[in-house]
Design a protein around this ligand. Structure first.
Ligand code: F6R
Ligand code: MG
Ligand code: MG
Length: 368
């Protein structure tokens, strides 16, 4: 059966700052999807990570369906109403437009979707990250799909030995979707030079070169490019199919053990180690640290199994400690040098404005 897997997520308000949505807010979103999605959806699940709520859906409307996107938009509007009633912080934060028009892309919420013919067993992972941007997935996707240190299947299994095709988007280009397709292993170094700049070039999708089937999709919106001003980090979601012609679930998870440094955290402007967390994890230290959750699910005839919490298992406790140590190591240096994001990534304008003022006071010393 051909199905579409869609995930649409937004921050429409949270308790105690930018930490986590209230239970009532999540219930309001779920109730809307449950009642209004009856005709449209085969199945749905609601997740929350940090201050973002994600609606995962299966249907047969294809990607970019206006009806599906409107359903999610209206669910977030319902969540916003509850956020306002409760006085939650940042109510309606990610709903940047007054009225829905066609597609949530460019309107604030993040989304990623895949349409595919279901395999007899169809395992996949829903990743959701908070307090960072979509480039956070560059490192783990590159290593999970292109590096035999994590993906032993590239050496051991003929199913995936042909490698993968990566589609990368230039997210600084705002006139349209500027993309490039690169094949690994042949173009692995070309891919690497782009992916090393995750604030500029972001993996949008990955395909199996053996079967042509799509393996992964990432939400690639850049909120501050859309809004023209700071509105929070993009807090991305990604869908990754696993096993057989794709990397195994464990191979896809393996690179997250690095707890790699990403941009985000407090005021979207710091460098922080990405911490793999349990489903529903909240935000705390320094408005961070940036977190990522992973739900493992199988889908059959469009119906979901229960979701398992892939970062719940004890191995990840050690990685959480490591992520805390890496984050604290860089936090000790405050805003100096590599600890704060580069100038063009600063999400608040204070530094830039102050430098502009100081610039007028600079003078050239006369040569004696
Ligand atoms: C970062 C984030 C927080 C806020 C910070 C200030 O993505 O959400 O670090 O930037 O808490 O928030 P405001 O400006 O809303 O007071
Ligand atoms: Mg927020
Ligand atoms: Mg968020």
């Amino acid at each position: 059966m051909k199905i579409t897997l869609s995930v649409i997520k937004a921050d429409v308000g949270s308790v105690g700052g930018h930490e986590t949505p209230s239970k009532e807010l999540v219930i309001a979103i779920e109730n809307h999807v449950k009642t209004e999605g009856k005709r449209l959806l085969i199945d749905y699940k609601i997740f929350h990570t940090g201050d973002d709520t994600a609606i995962l859906m299966t249907h047969t409307q294809g990607v970019d369906s206006q009806d599906i996107h409107k359903l999610a938009w209206d669910a977030f509007v319902a969540g916003t109403a509850v956020a306002k009633e409760q006085g939650l912080y940042g109510a309606g934060q990610d709903l940047l437009k007054d009225a829905f028009s066609g597609n949530v892309r460019g309107m604030g919420p993040g989304s990623c979707e895949m349409e595919f013919e279901e395999r007899p067993a169809e395992p996949f992972i829903l990743f959701a990250a908070d307090k960072t941007d979509p480039g956070a997935f560059n490192y783990p996707l590159y290593r999970g799909f292109a590096d035999p240190f994590h993906n032993a299947g590239l050496l051991l299994s003929s199913d995936i030995a042909k490698g993968f095709e990566f589609t990368v988007m230039d997210v600084n280009y705002t006139e349209g979707d500027r993309i490039i397709k690169l094949n690994v292993p042949e173009e692995a170094y070309d891919l690497a030079v782009l992916l090393r700049d995750p604030e500029h070039y972001v993996i949008e999708s990955i395909k199996s070169r053996d079967t042509g089937e799509q393996a992964a999709a990432v939400s690639t919106s850049r909120l501050h490019n859309i809004a023209g001003k700071y509105t929070g980090k993009d807090d991305p979601v990604a869908l990754v199919r696993s096993q057989k012609q794709f990397p195994s679930t464990g191979e896809i998870l393996s690179p997250y053990a690095t707890a790699h440094y990403v941009v985000g955290d407090n005021r979207g402007s710091h460098v922080v180690a990405l911490m793999p967390c349990k489903l529903g994890a909240m935000i705390s230290f320094f408005d961070g640290p940036a977190i990522v959750t992973a739900a493992g699910i199988c889908v059959h005839n469009g119906k979901f199994t229960e979701a398992i919490d892939l970062f719940e298992q004890p191995f990840w406790d050690m990685i959480r400690m490591k992520a805390s140590e890496k984050t604290y190591a860089i936090r000790e240096q405050g805003f100096f040098g590599a600890a704060m994001a580069p100038m063009e990534e600063l999400e608040y304008t204070g530094v830039v404005e102050r430098i502009a003022q100081l610039d007028k006071k600079f003078s050239l010393r006369k040569k004696s």
